[in-house]
Design a protein around this ligand. Structure first.
Ligand code: PLP
Length: 376
């Protein structure tokens, strides 16, 4: 199992010496490089396409491009970020199947040739606007075991996926293979094995000789609890591929490459007792749902919270953000014990916060600026 990790020494040095206004996110690109190398070593031969949405900071993208990573992008804006970081457009996959003709044409003009699709309408658009495109058809798979499931927003069922691969070839495009994504922070290695079995069956039914199988992202990180380590996922993937010939593997990790590189430093705005409302203290931070903590929705992701300047006995609190929005409460159910001595003005850190934070921050909700990002 992989256990929760501490921030890197460089991040610890940064927060100890930087006198910067909070909140902010600090990232250590060396940790990103290390997680990329670990994943590449666990699944040799798989083409890794970093999912830019997880953390599009230029230094993260430069680091990964320099290591030879490809990129999974969700928009033309992300194509531009990846190209600016030195990515080879041929190693960029436009993975978001929801887009308009102008998006496809702009990505194609930038040199992108690989697209994921999951509808006949999008395949027609690709045929009209992206000549020569290599298309992966996204298969709907179970996302049970994921902390942030897709709720069936994407993907075609088996029969439709086979038909779509036929439509891709009929339209003069290259039917390259099958993609799936079994949900982010996926805690079941078998989810990948099940997806592979279904994807292989689709590729065979569509008559693809050397299919690409794009297993998506979903590899988890340890926030509060241990998670299966990457070796368990590699073993499940390896077993599911036994006997399959000529398969080319693609991965689209986001969280697993960047989460552990980041820490959010924040400040306590207020500690309130709320007689008649709650026996617990309410602790309001200067960072919240709209300044980068979007994944606390439904308490899906529970960050480890530490208070560097306080020790002594702790009791559970309700942790809330700074805005006037009622949804800006981070944890009501998730146990969050904080020191009884905690006061307004104290520093609070959220650990393992490099993924899906700064990129989710609103631009000006309640007049608050987007989450500043620093690197070490
Ligand atoms: C199509 C696609 N690929 C890759 C990812 C990255 O997933 P993760 O960060 O869980 O690795 C996502 C994120 O949800 C996605 O939607």
């Amino acid at each position: 199992m992989a256990l929760p990790v501490e921030p890197s020494l460089a991040v610890e040095r940064f927060v100890a010496s930087a006198e910067l206004p909070t909140p902010y996110l600090v990232l250590d690109p060396y940790v990103v490089a290390d997680r990329y190398n670990r994943l590449a070593a666990a699944l040799p031969g798989a083409e890794i396409h970093y999912a830019v949405k997880a953390c599009p900071h230029p230094e993260v993208l430069w680091t990964l491009a320099a290591l030879g990573s490809g990129f999974d992008v969700a928009s033309v804006g992300e194509v531009r970020l990846a190209v600016a970081a030195g990515a080879d457009p041929d190693r960029i996959c436009y993975g978001n199947p929801v887009r308009g003709p102008a998006d496809i044409a702009a990505a194609h003009a930038a040199g992108v040739r690989r697209f994921v699709s999951d509808s006949a309408e999008d395949v027609r658009l690709l045929a009209a606007t992206a000549p020569g495109a290599r298309v992966l058809v996204r298969l709907l798979v179970s996302d049970a075991g994921s902390a942030t499931p897709f709720a069936a927003k994407f993907g075609a069922v088996r029969g439709e996926a086979v038909r779509l691969l036929g439509a891709v070839a009929d339209a003069g495009l290259v039917a390259d293979g099958v993609a799936f994504h079994s949900g982010s922070q996926q805690l079941r290695p078998d989810a990948f094995a099940d997806g592979i079995t279904e994807a292989l069956s689709v590729a065979a039914a569509a008559g693809l000789p050397r299919p690409v199988l794009d297993l998506g992202g979903g590899f988890p990180v340890a926030y509060l609890e241990p998670v299966p380590d990457i070796a368990a996922y590699a073993a499940a993937i390896h077993d599911a591929l036994a006997g399959a010939e000529g398969v080319r593997l693609m991965l689209e990790p986001g969280r697993a490459l960047v989460a552990e590189s980041g820490l959010i430093r924040s400040t306590v705005l207020r500690v309130s007792r709320r007689p008649g409302v709650d026996d617990r203290r309410w602790v309001y931070l200067d960072v919240g749902r709209y300044s980068g903590l979007a994944e606390t929705e439904n308490e899906a992701i529970a960050y480890r919270v530490r208070v560097p300047g306080r020790s002594g006995p702790a009791e559970p609190v309700v942790l809330a953000g700074p805005t006037c929005d009622g949804d800006d409460v981070l944890y009501r159910r998730t146990p969050c014990p904080l020191p009884l001595s905690l006061e307004a003005g104290d520093v609070v850190d959220l650990l393992v916060a490099g993924a899906y934070t700064a990129s989710y921050a609103s631009v000006a909700f309640n007049g608050l600026p987007p989450l500043p990002v620093h690197t070490v």
